[in-house]
Ligand binder design. Sequence first.
Ligand SMILES: *Cc1c(COP(=O)(O)O)cnc(C)c1O
Length: 362
Amino acid sequence: MRPARALIDLQALRHNYRLAREASGARALAVIKADAYGHGAVRCAQALGDEVNGFAVACIEEALELRESGIRQPILLLEGFFEADELGLIERHDLWTVVHSNWQIEAIEKAALQRPLTVWLKLDSGMHRVGLHPAEYRDGYQRLLASGKVAKVVLMTHFSRADELDSTRSAEQVAVFEQARASLGSEVSLRNSPAIMGWSQLFPEQSANDWVRAGIMLYGATPFEQTQAVAERLHPVMTLESKIIGVRELPAGEPVGYGGRFISERPTRVGVVAMGYADGYPRHAPTGTPVAIDGKPGSLIGRVSMDMLTVDLTDLPHAGLGSRVELWGRDVLASDVAIQAGSIPYQLFCNLKRVPRIYCGG
Ligand SMILES: *Cc1c(COP(=O)(O)O)cnc(C)c1O
Protein backbone atom coordinates (compact mmCIF):
# COMPACT_ATOMS: atom_id res chain seq x y z
CA MET A 1 0.00 0.00 0.00
CA ARG A 2 1.19 3.51 -0.80
CA PRO A 3 2.58 4.91 2.46
CA ALA A 4 1.32 8.49 2.04
CA ARG A 5 -1.23 9.39 4.70
CA ALA A 6 -2.55 12.15 6.93
CA LEU A 7 -2.77 11.36 10.64
CA ILE A 8 -5.43 13.42 12.39
CA ASP A 9 -5.01 13.81 16.15
CA LEU A 10 -8.44 14.54 17.62
CA GLN A 11 -7.00 14.99 21.11
CA ALA A 12 -4.95 17.89 19.73
CA LEU A 13 -8.11 19.32 18.16
CA ARG A 14 -9.84 19.35 21.55
CA HIS A 15 -6.78 20.92 23.16
CA ASN A 16 -6.77 23.74 20.59
CA TYR A 17 -10.50 24.33 20.99
CA ARG A 18 -10.07 24.72 24.75
CA LEU A 19 -7.18 27.08 24.13
CA ALA A 20 -9.39 29.23 21.87
CA ARG A 21 -11.92 29.54 24.67
CA GLU A 22 -9.30 30.18 27.31
CA ALA A 23 -7.43 32.79 25.24
CA SER A 24 -10.63 34.63 24.33
CA GLY A 25 -12.63 34.24 27.52
CA ALA A 26 -15.66 33.81 25.27
CA ARG A 27 -17.89 31.17 23.79
CA ALA A 28 -16.35 29.68 20.66
CA LEU A 29 -17.76 28.37 17.44
CA ALA A 30 -15.52 25.67 15.99
CA VAL A 31 -15.18 26.60 12.32
CA ILE A 32 -15.32 23.36 10.37
CA LYS A 33 -16.17 24.65 6.90
CA ALA A 34 -14.46 23.14 3.84
CA ASP A 35 -14.50 19.69 5.43
CA ALA A 36 -12.85 21.08 8.55
CA TYR A 37 -10.03 22.64 6.53
CA GLY A 38 -9.32 19.21 5.04
CA HIS A 39 -9.39 17.38 8.39
CA GLY A 40 -12.85 15.79 7.96
CA ALA A 41 -15.85 17.77 9.25
CA VAL A 42 -17.92 14.91 10.64
CA ARG A 43 -15.06 13.30 12.53
CA CYS A 44 -13.90 16.63 13.91
CA ALA A 45 -17.45 17.59 14.96
CA GLN A 46 -17.92 14.24 16.69
CA ALA A 47 -14.58 14.59 18.48
CA LEU A 48 -15.46 18.04 19.80
CA GLY A 49 -18.84 16.69 20.79
CA ASP A 50 -20.54 18.07 23.83
CA GLU A 51 -17.91 20.53 24.88
CA VAL A 52 -18.36 22.75 21.86
CA ASN A 53 -20.62 25.82 21.98
CA GLY A 54 -21.44 25.41 18.30
CA PHE A 55 -20.04 24.89 14.83
CA ALA A 56 -19.66 27.14 11.81
CA VAL A 57 -19.68 26.04 8.18
CA ALA A 58 -19.85 27.96 4.92
CA CYS A 59 -23.17 26.80 3.53
CA ILE A 60 -26.23 24.66 4.02
CA GLU A 61 -24.79 21.68 2.14
CA GLU A 62 -22.03 21.45 4.73
CA ALA A 63 -24.50 21.87 7.59
CA LEU A 64 -26.79 19.12 6.33
CA GLU A 65 -23.89 16.69 6.15
CA LEU A 66 -23.35 17.30 9.87
CA ARG A 67 -27.03 17.03 10.76
CA GLU A 68 -27.31 13.78 8.77
CA SER A 69 -24.47 12.30 10.77
CA GLY A 70 -26.21 13.13 14.03
CA ILE A 71 -24.56 16.40 15.05
CA ARG A 72 -27.11 18.23 17.23
CA GLN A 73 -25.19 21.33 18.36
CA PRO A 74 -25.88 24.77 16.90
CA ILE A 75 -24.49 25.23 13.39
CA LEU A 76 -23.97 28.66 11.85
CA LEU A 77 -23.95 29.23 8.07
CA LEU A 78 -21.13 31.75 7.61
CA GLU A 79 -22.09 32.64 4.04
CA GLY A 80 -25.76 32.68 4.92
CA PHE A 81 -28.34 31.45 2.45
CA PHE A 82 -27.98 31.88 -1.29
CA GLU A 83 -31.66 31.58 -2.20
CA ALA A 84 -34.78 32.34 -0.21
CA ASP A 85 -36.04 28.78 -0.42
CA GLU A 86 -33.19 27.60 1.80
CA LEU A 87 -34.97 29.23 4.73
CA GLY A 88 -37.32 26.26 5.05
CA LEU A 89 -34.36 23.91 5.46
CA ILE A 90 -32.69 26.30 7.87
CA GLU A 91 -35.82 26.21 10.01
CA ARG A 92 -36.34 22.45 9.72
CA HIS A 93 -32.75 21.61 10.65
CA ASP A 94 -32.52 24.26 13.32
CA LEU A 95 -29.58 26.11 11.77
CA TRP A 96 -28.33 29.61 12.46
CA THR A 97 -27.68 31.85 9.49
CA VAL A 98 -25.55 34.88 8.77
CA VAL A 99 -27.38 37.73 7.05
CA HIS A 100 -25.01 39.93 5.11
CA SER A 101 -27.22 41.64 2.50
CA ASN A 102 -30.47 43.53 2.34
CA TRP A 103 -32.08 41.02 -0.04
CA GLN A 104 -31.70 38.40 2.70
CA ILE A 105 -33.57 40.62 5.16
CA GLU A 106 -36.40 40.97 2.64
CA ALA A 107 -36.45 37.21 2.12
CA ILE A 108 -36.80 36.66 5.87
CA GLU A 109 -39.57 39.25 6.08
CA LYS A 110 -41.50 37.38 3.39
CA ALA A 111 -40.78 33.83 4.55
CA ALA A 112 -43.47 31.59 5.97
CA LEU A 113 -41.87 30.16 9.09
CA GLN A 114 -43.29 28.32 12.08
CA ARG A 115 -40.44 29.07 14.43
CA PRO A 116 -38.33 32.23 14.73
CA LEU A 117 -34.74 32.09 13.48
CA THR A 118 -31.40 32.91 15.06
CA VAL A 119 -29.62 35.34 12.76
CA TRP A 120 -26.06 36.64 12.84
CA LEU A 121 -26.20 40.08 11.24
CA LYS A 122 -22.94 40.91 9.55
CA LEU A 123 -21.56 44.44 9.39
CA ASP A 124 -19.01 45.49 6.79
CA SER A 125 -16.61 47.22 9.15
CA GLY A 126 -13.89 47.62 6.55
CA MET A 127 -13.16 44.33 4.79
CA HIS A 128 -15.52 45.37 1.97
CA ARG A 129 -16.49 41.88 0.95
CA VAL A 130 -19.92 41.17 2.44
CA GLY A 131 -21.92 42.72 5.27
CA LEU A 132 -24.30 45.63 5.70
CA HIS A 133 -22.96 49.15 5.35
CA PRO A 134 -22.60 50.84 8.78
CA ALA A 135 -25.29 53.38 7.85
CA GLU A 136 -27.78 50.57 7.13
CA TYR A 137 -26.93 48.36 10.09
CA ARG A 138 -29.34 49.68 12.68
CA ASP A 139 -32.21 49.65 10.19
CA GLY A 140 -31.42 46.06 9.17
CA TYR A 141 -31.33 44.99 12.80
CA GLN A 142 -34.67 46.61 13.57
CA ARG A 143 -36.33 45.18 10.47
CA LEU A 144 -35.24 41.67 11.43
CA LEU A 145 -36.64 41.98 14.93
CA ALA A 146 -39.83 43.64 13.68
CA SER A 147 -40.39 40.88 11.12
CA GLY A 148 -41.59 38.50 13.78
CA LYS A 149 -39.47 35.82 12.05
CA VAL A 150 -36.37 36.30 14.17
CA ALA A 151 -35.92 35.43 17.83
CA LYS A 152 -32.34 36.58 18.27
CA VAL A 153 -29.80 38.68 16.38
CA VAL A 154 -26.10 38.26 17.07
CA LEU A 155 -24.06 41.24 15.87
CA MET A 156 -21.00 40.23 13.88
CA THR A 157 -18.18 41.47 11.70
CA HIS A 158 -14.99 40.01 10.25
CA PHE A 159 -11.38 41.25 10.31
CA SER A 160 -9.40 41.67 7.12
CA ARG A 161 -5.90 42.06 8.54
CA ALA A 162 -5.84 40.54 12.00
CA ASP A 163 -2.87 38.39 10.98
CA GLU A 164 -0.77 41.57 10.60
CA LEU A 165 0.28 42.52 14.10
CA ASP A 166 1.63 45.91 12.99
CA SER A 167 -1.54 46.95 11.19
CA THR A 168 -3.96 49.50 12.64
CA ARG A 169 -6.82 48.06 10.60
CA SER A 170 -8.24 45.76 13.28
CA ALA A 171 -8.56 48.59 15.79
CA GLU A 172 -10.26 50.72 13.13
CA GLN A 173 -12.70 47.92 12.38
CA VAL A 174 -13.55 47.51 16.06
CA ALA A 175 -14.27 51.25 16.26
CA VAL A 176 -16.56 51.10 13.19
CA PHE A 177 -18.34 48.10 14.69
CA GLU A 178 -18.78 49.71 18.10
CA GLN A 179 -20.25 52.82 16.54
CA ALA A 180 -22.64 50.95 14.25
CA ARG A 181 -23.88 48.66 16.99
CA ALA A 182 -24.18 51.32 19.69
CA SER A 183 -27.20 50.61 21.85
CA LEU A 184 -28.18 47.58 19.76
CA GLY A 185 -27.90 45.17 22.64
CA SER A 186 -27.27 41.49 22.64
CA GLU A 187 -24.50 39.19 21.64
CA VAL A 188 -21.51 40.05 19.48
CA SER A 189 -18.95 38.15 17.42
CA LEU A 190 -15.85 39.70 15.93
CA ARG A 191 -12.88 37.43 16.38
CA ASN A 192 -11.36 34.83 14.03
CA SER A 193 -8.19 32.92 14.99
CA PRO A 194 -5.64 35.72 14.47
CA ALA A 195 -7.84 38.08 16.50
CA ILE A 196 -8.26 35.54 19.30
CA MET A 197 -4.53 34.88 19.40
CA GLY A 198 -3.02 38.29 18.71
CA TRP A 199 -5.45 41.05 19.58
CA SER A 200 -6.50 40.49 23.18
CA GLN A 201 -5.75 44.17 23.89
CA LEU A 202 -8.73 45.09 21.70
CA PHE A 203 -10.97 42.90 23.87
CA PRO A 204 -10.00 43.76 27.42
CA GLU A 205 -13.22 42.60 29.04
CA GLN A 206 -14.28 39.00 29.16
CA SER A 207 -17.91 38.97 28.24
CA ALA A 208 -20.49 36.24 28.39
CA ASN A 209 -22.12 37.94 25.39
CA ASP A 210 -19.09 37.43 23.19
CA TRP A 211 -18.64 34.70 20.61
CA VAL A 212 -15.40 33.93 18.78
CA ARG A 213 -15.06 31.94 15.56
CA ALA A 214 -11.99 29.73 15.72
CA GLY A 215 -10.81 28.17 12.46
CA ILE A 216 -7.14 27.69 11.68
CA MET A 217 -6.06 27.64 15.32
CA LEU A 218 -8.31 24.63 15.95
CA TYR A 219 -6.10 22.70 13.59
CA GLY A 220 -3.00 23.79 15.44
CA ALA A 221 -1.55 26.10 12.81
CA THR A 222 -0.65 29.74 13.24
CA PRO A 223 -1.91 32.49 10.95
CA PHE A 224 1.10 34.62 11.88
CA GLU A 225 4.47 34.64 10.15
CA GLN A 226 6.30 35.59 13.35
CA THR A 227 6.43 33.72 16.65
CA GLN A 228 3.46 34.35 18.90
CA ALA A 229 2.65 33.33 22.46
CA VAL A 230 -0.65 31.54 21.87
CA ALA A 231 0.70 29.89 18.71
CA GLU A 232 3.40 28.20 20.79
CA ARG A 233 0.72 26.47 22.82
CA LEU A 234 -1.13 25.01 19.82
CA HIS A 235 -0.85 21.33 18.98
CA PRO A 236 -0.72 20.50 15.27
CA VAL A 237 -3.63 18.22 14.41
CA MET A 238 -2.58 16.93 11.00
CA THR A 239 0.63 15.03 10.29
CA LEU A 240 1.19 14.54 6.57
CA GLU A 241 3.66 11.73 6.17
CA SER A 242 5.01 9.14 3.78
CA LYS A 243 8.11 7.01 3.23
CA ILE A 244 11.25 6.89 1.15
CA ILE A 245 10.58 4.54 -1.75
CA GLY A 246 13.84 4.97 -3.67
CA VAL A 247 17.41 6.13 -3.14
CA ARG A 248 19.89 7.48 -5.74
CA GLU A 249 23.59 8.22 -5.34
CA LEU A 250 24.57 11.03 -7.66
CA PRO A 251 27.97 12.62 -8.36
CA ALA A 252 28.24 16.41 -8.35
CA GLY A 253 26.71 18.18 -11.31
CA GLU A 254 23.64 15.98 -11.92
CA PRO A 255 20.11 17.33 -12.29
CA VAL A 256 17.19 15.91 -10.29
CA GLY A 257 13.56 15.74 -11.40
CA TYR A 258 11.43 17.67 -13.87
CA GLY A 259 13.13 20.61 -15.47
CA GLY A 260 16.46 19.66 -13.89
CA ARG A 261 15.85 22.48 -11.45
CA PHE A 262 18.16 21.10 -8.80
CA ILE A 263 21.75 20.31 -9.75
CA SER A 264 23.88 18.48 -7.18
CA GLU A 265 26.76 20.61 -5.96
CA ARG A 266 28.45 17.67 -4.27
CA PRO A 267 28.08 13.88 -4.34
CA THR A 268 24.47 13.62 -3.22
CA ARG A 269 22.22 10.89 -1.87
CA VAL A 270 18.70 11.55 -3.09
CA GLY A 271 15.65 10.05 -1.41
CA VAL A 272 12.41 9.68 -3.36
CA VAL A 273 9.25 10.16 -1.27
CA ALA A 274 5.77 8.93 -2.20
CA MET A 275 4.06 12.30 -1.93
CA GLY A 276 3.25 14.85 -4.61
CA TYR A 277 1.05 17.73 -5.58
CA ALA A 278 -1.84 15.36 -6.33
CA ASP A 279 -1.88 14.67 -2.58
CA GLY A 280 -2.02 18.37 -1.86
CA TYR A 281 1.66 19.00 -1.19
CA PRO A 282 2.35 22.44 -2.72
CA ARG A 283 3.98 22.18 -6.13
CA HIS A 284 5.72 25.51 -5.61
CA ALA A 285 7.62 24.42 -2.51
CA PRO A 286 11.23 25.18 -3.47
CA THR A 287 14.50 23.38 -2.82
CA GLY A 288 15.27 23.85 0.88
CA THR A 289 11.69 23.52 2.13
CA PRO A 290 11.90 21.69 5.46
CA VAL A 291 10.89 18.04 5.95
CA ALA A 292 11.66 15.65 8.81
CA ILE A 293 13.24 12.32 7.97
CA ASP A 294 13.04 9.75 10.76
CA GLY A 295 12.51 12.74 13.05
CA LYS A 296 15.60 14.62 11.86
CA PRO A 297 15.62 17.89 9.92
CA GLY A 298 15.97 17.50 6.18
CA SER A 299 15.04 19.36 3.06
CA LEU A 300 13.28 19.09 -0.24
CA ILE A 301 15.31 19.22 -3.44
CA GLY A 302 14.13 19.68 -7.02
CA ARG A 303 10.61 20.09 -8.32
CA VAL A 304 7.64 18.49 -6.64
CA SER A 305 5.94 16.13 -9.09
CA MET A 306 2.41 14.73 -9.07
CA ASP A 307 3.06 11.58 -7.03
CA MET A 308 6.63 11.97 -5.79
CA LEU A 309 9.09 14.43 -4.42
CA THR A 310 12.80 14.25 -3.65
CA VAL A 311 14.78 14.99 -0.50
CA ASP A 312 18.46 15.29 0.34
CA LEU A 313 19.78 12.33 2.37
CA THR A 314 23.47 13.17 2.06
CA ASP A 315 23.80 14.27 5.69
CA LEU A 316 21.44 11.59 7.01
CA PRO A 317 23.46 8.40 6.50
CA HIS A 318 21.07 6.27 8.57
CA ALA A 319 18.07 7.24 6.46
CA GLY A 320 17.18 5.10 3.49
CA LEU A 321 14.47 2.95 1.96
CA GLY A 322 11.45 2.90 4.24
CA SER A 323 12.45 5.92 6.32
CA ARG A 324 9.49 7.93 7.54
CA VAL A 325 9.19 11.42 6.08
CA GLU A 326 7.04 14.08 7.71
CA LEU A 327 5.95 16.79 5.28
CA TRP A 328 4.18 18.72 8.02
CA GLY A 329 3.06 18.01 11.55
CA ARG A 330 4.82 18.44 14.88
CA ASP A 331 8.38 18.46 13.60
CA VAL A 332 7.74 20.57 10.52
CA LEU A 333 5.10 23.25 10.95
CA ALA A 334 2.62 23.60 8.10
CA SER A 335 2.92 27.36 8.44
CA ASP A 336 6.67 27.14 7.73
CA VAL A 337 6.09 25.00 4.64
CA ALA A 338 3.42 27.48 3.54
CA ILE A 339 5.80 30.44 3.83
CA GLN A 340 8.36 28.62 1.67
CA ALA A 341 5.72 27.79 -0.93
CA GLY A 342 4.19 31.27 -1.03
CA SER A 343 0.98 29.93 0.47
CA ILE A 344 -0.83 29.82 3.80
CA PRO A 345 -1.50 26.83 6.06
CA TYR A 346 -5.23 27.22 5.35
CA GLN A 347 -4.66 26.39 1.72
CA LEU A 348 -2.23 23.54 2.37
CA PHE A 349 -4.81 21.81 4.57
CA CYS A 350 -7.74 22.47 2.23
CA ASN A 351 -5.78 21.07 -0.72
CA LEU A 352 -5.33 17.69 0.93
CA LYS A 353 -6.61 14.89 -1.27
CA ARG A 354 -6.01 11.26 -2.27
CA VAL A 355 -4.17 10.41 0.95
CA PRO A 356 -6.17 8.43 3.50
CA ARG A 357 -6.94 10.22 6.75
CA ILE A 358 -6.15 8.12 9.80
CA TYR A 359 -7.76 9.30 13.04
CA CYS A 360 -6.42 8.89 16.55
CA GLY A 361 -7.31 10.31 19.95
CA GLY A 362 -11.03 10.15 19.15
C1 LIG B 1 -13.50 31.05 7.94
C2 LIG B 1 -14.03 32.10 8.83
C3 LIG B 1 -13.56 32.20 10.15
C4 LIG B 1 -12.40 31.39 10.69
O1 LIG B 1 -11.20 32.07 10.37
P1 LIG B 1 -9.81 31.54 10.96
O2 LIG B 1 -8.83 32.58 10.54
O3 LIG B 1 -9.56 30.22 10.28
O4 LIG B 1 -9.98 31.41 12.40
C5 LIG B 1 -14.18 33.12 10.98
N1 LIG B 1 -15.18 33.92 10.53
C6 LIG B 1 -15.63 33.85 9.27
C7 LIG B 1 -16.73 34.76 8.84
C8 LIG B 1 -15.06 32.97 8.36
O5 LIG B 1 -15.50 32.92 7.11
